[in-house]
Design a protein around this ligand. Sequence first.
Ligand SMILES: [Fe+2]
Length: 168
Amino acid sequence: METKTKLKTHAKLGFSSMDTAEMVTTMNELIANYHVFYQKLRNYHWNVTGPDFFDLHEKFEELYTTAVTDIDEIAEKIRVFGATPLSTLTDYLQTSEIRETGSKLTAIEMTREVLSDIETLDSFMLEVADAAGNVGDTATMDMMNSMMRRIEKEHWMLTAWLNEPKKH
Ligand SMILES: [Fe+2]
């Protein structure tokens, strides 16, 4: 069976720059959001206080450690396509939907922020996966799926930890 990509003019691994344009745009948005999220987690890791300090201090570190690996993987995928990942803090802050907060939040407020940010990240990952699906890039879809599987599980666990009534 002839695959779709074999019929294309090959630029990078069978995908033309037109094929990858939407993926690169959405991946850059994802990187920007993920980077602001990463720094928020460091902020919360350092500044969380109260009886849940040990739990959350550790959990936030676990999350930002994973974030570093994910961001790197996404940025390098953009390089695979021959494009340039957003790489400056200025670009991240301008592009990110996830907003920074100060440091004087309660442990509960920090956890609510993290939960809402995970929802934002999940939707950007889905956008990348959709863009990849449009051009049959199963490798990128797979990368996004595995990231989504992991952060959705984190979302569940943090929601269970927070144990607040459902919004809807
Ligand atoms: Fe630390």
